[in-house]
Ligand binder design. Structure first.
Ligand code: MEV
Length: 315
């Protein structure tokens, strides 16, 4: 068996594909479990059979099927498995797909770990990363690795200059995630941005530079305990992503609702063009108010991710 969990990006999505830093948190309440087993040889089956369960699983198959097959073949090479056993992998995916919550990376990670378990192989973190990235490359077109890292981390992750580390966090907070109910493919969003930058000299550099500055300043805010400033940078990041066409009216309405409920900052999270938004809350009662307002503004679902002392608050 192998398992993994969801993620949400706090700052730097898309720009991270072009080398800027990004900050993400794990969403441990959204889980994926994969179970791999050897099948009796049968001419009807291919080398790998993937079966998905969970809401929206057809979409996960659509997004990740080819990537998972590639990943599984590469796993065999890495693990030195030379015969061709028939392998069935069942994936139970509790992460809604197409919402920017890391379903593709989490499924891929769970599959890698399940295959390693089946063949009794110990893979180091770098090898797991490389294998998951094979599948993510298919799912995103270009994958920075932030989803691969955050779906395997118990703590927040800062990816900067190709190196992942846990950022210092000097304030406790809660993050409220709101689902706009509209699914979208990260690959389409990544391609949209690429097309937007083509033929517009300077546009890419300007976007990346602005995002980089916001993320670097936000990391300082985190380390210095400046929650209001951190929130303001999240909202500025939302405006930046909106300015290049990655937000939607529904997401904008949810961001406005969260800010009206007293959130210090809110933004789209992940690939965009739909999916989810994320809002910062300084206290549990504020998180509860944001949840209420998000539902009134049309959120299909919400999740609260506590950090620090609020982990044990029971909200
Ligand atoms: C998707 O969760 C994040 C993107 O920046 C793509 C990537 O980093 O691979 C849009």
């Amino acid at each position: 068996m192998g398992s993994s969990h969801g993620k949400a990006i706090l700052l730097g999505e898309h720009a991270v594909v072009y080398g800027a830093p990004a900050l993400a948190i794990p969403v441990p309440g959204l889980t994926v479990t994969a179970t791999a087993q050897l099948l009796p040889a049968s001419a009807e089956l291919g080398e790998f059979t993937f079966t998905m369960t969970g809401s929206g699983s057809e979409r996960v198959v659509m997004q990740t099927g080819d990537g998972l097959r590639l990943l599984a073949s590469e796993f065999k090479k890495t693990a030195g498995i030379t015969d061709s056993p028939q392998i069935s992998v069942r994936i139970s995916c509790g992460i809604p797909p197409g919402r920017g919550l890391g379903s593709s990376a989490a499924c891929a990670r769970a599959v890698v770990l399940a295959l390693a378990d089946l063949f009794d192989r110990r893979l180091d973190a770098g090898t797991v990363f490389d294998l998951v990235q094979i599948s993510e490359g298919v799912a995103h077109g270009r994958a920075s690795g932030i989803d691969t890292l955050a779906t395997g981390s118990p703590t927040p992750v800062l990816l900067s200059d190709g190196v992942a580390r846990e950022p210092k966090m000097r304030f406790d907070s809660l993050f409220v995630i709101g689902d706009s109910g509209a699914a979208s493919l990260t690959k389409h969003a990544v391609e949209l941005l690429q097309r937007r930058f083509t033929g517009k000299p300077g546009a890419q550099a300007e976007f990346v530079h602005r995002s980089e500055a916001l993320t670097r300043d936000a990391v300082q805010d985190l380390a210095q305990g400046r929650i209001a400033d951190f929130g303001a940078r999240m909202t500025a990041c939302h405006e930046l992503l909106g300015s290049v066409g990655l937000s939607t009216d529904r997401i904008d309405a949810l961001v406005d609702a969260a800010l009206a409920a007293g959130s210090p900052g809110a933004k789209i999270s992940g690939g965009g063009l739909g999916g989810c938004m994320i809002a910062l809350a300084d206290e549990p009662h504020r998180a509860a108010e944001i949840v209420t307002r998000l539902h009134k503004a049309g959120a299909e679902r919400t999740w609260v991710v506590p950090t620090g002392r609020f982990l044990f608050h029971g909200c």
